[in-house]
Design a protein around this ligand. Structure first.
Ligand code: GN1
Ligand code: MG
Length: 357
């Protein structure tokens, strides 16, 4: 396979192409990730190419990580925070041929899962993300720079959707008619959010913003949570971003790529495990308003992801890589089905939340 990796990048970190095994790994849609195994040591490394079409300001990303790493090291020295390794020139990232790369340590004896097959994995993952939020509770989120401005701003995502609808071809709009109708029908979720957004006890926190299961490392034997990874989108946000994306991605046994919608169902026990794991860290930190919005956080994130996939389909699949032309439309269908499942089980899910608060 063509690795698409300039040997100058390796040199920036003191590696030599001849003495290193390089494997492309990971399933992220945005950045390319490689596992480096130098023959001179048993240590392994993760090398990532940063997609600057998405992360237009890699320096903001590097500065955020540095500030958070310093804070955590000082206040919670035991906490395992995976921060990038500097180049031999002492830079946070390698800049080669107008592209940014960064190197991370590979954490031994851990696994990253693509699907959850046991509810304890949901508990452990939610606990890890909750723990990061708890440890950063006193960190002033306003000192961080958004690495993607408006990333989880539902109002902005809705606006982008309406603009794209007004510009898309009739053919694409006809194909996506049912999903466009769904997107408009669920707009009440945005209005509901707006009615809360100015409350004093609805703070901006330091959020990870990408809490899917593959972004947590679990112990390879016990499957206990070890640490969180993929820290590009750490920036200020509402608690909704982290808990909501866990609810979006942990409850169904099949991913957003599943096209058989009869398989898109929620697993109540995974819901309970996710809520329990998160609250084991955050119960005493969340405000009353945030506690009221626990179930809503899932709805917000699922709706936003549906809008993002649908918007991308209508604008010619410019953002999310696809394997076939209608994949982003199928992903949107999948997310709308998931949203419907949350509504159908609302009472039971809310009872679980209430029982754990
Ligand atoms: C992208 O690259 P990846 O797979 O970690 C996206 C997330 C979406 C996710 C959907 C920077 O994440 O917001 O939820 O795809 N990240 C960015 O699979 O857009
Ligand atoms: Mg990511």
């Amino acid at each position: 396979m063509e690795l698409n990796l300039d040997s100058e990048v390796l040199k920036a970190y003191g590696f030599n192409k001849e003495n290193i095994k390089i494997t492309q790994i990971g399933t992220g849609l945005i950045n390319r990730t490689y596992l480096l195994s130098p023959s001179s040591t048993t240590k392994q490394y993760i090398l990532q190419h940063i997609n600057t079409l998405v992360f237009a300001n890699p320096l903001a990303m590097a500065n955020n990580l540095k500030a958070i790493a310093n804070y955590l090291l000082k206040k919670f020295p035991e906490y395992l925070f995976i921060k990038p390794i500097s180049t031999i020139g002492g830079e946070e990232m390698a800049y080669v041929n107008e592209e940014y790369w960064r190197l991370l340590p590979f954490v031994e004896d851990t696994v990253s899962l693509d699907v959850l097959v046991d509810e304890n994995q949901a508990y452990e993952a939610a606990k890890q993300f909750g723990k990061l939020s708890r440890l950063l509770n006193d960190f002033d989120a306003s000192t961080l720079e958004p690495t993607i401005p408006g990333f989880h701003d539902l109002g902005l995502r809705f606006k982008q959707f309406t603009v794209v609808v007004s510009e898309a071809s009739k053919e694409l709009k006809d194909e996506a008619k049912a999903e466009i109708d769904d997107a408009l029908r669920y707009k009440y979720l945005l209005d509901f959010f707006k009615s809360y957004s100015h409350r004093a006890d609805f703070p901006d926190r330091v959020m990870h913003h990408d809490t899917k299961i593959s972004n947590v490392l679990l112990n390879a034997e016990t499957f206990e949570g070890v640490c969180v990874i993929d820290l590009d989108t750490i920036m200020p946000g509402k608690f909704i971003s982290d808990l909501g994306d866990m609810l979006r991605t942990y409850l169904c046994a099949f991913s957003e790529n599943e096209i058989d919608l009869s398989k898109v169902k929620i697993r109540i026990n995974y819901f309970e495990a996710t809520v329990k794991g998160y609250l084991s860290e955050m119960k005493n930190i969340l405000t009353d308003t945030e506690k009221e919005l626990i179930l809503f956080s899932g709805r917000y994130m699922i709706y936003m992801q549906a809008l993002r996939f649908l918007t991308d389909f209508l604008s010619g699949n410019a953002y999310y890589p696809t394997n076939y032309p209608t994949q982003n439309l199928d992903r949107a269908k999948n997310q709308f089905k998931l949203l419907q499942e949350i509504s159908a089980n609302e009472k039971e899910l809310q009872d679980i939340i209430d029982g754990n608060l």
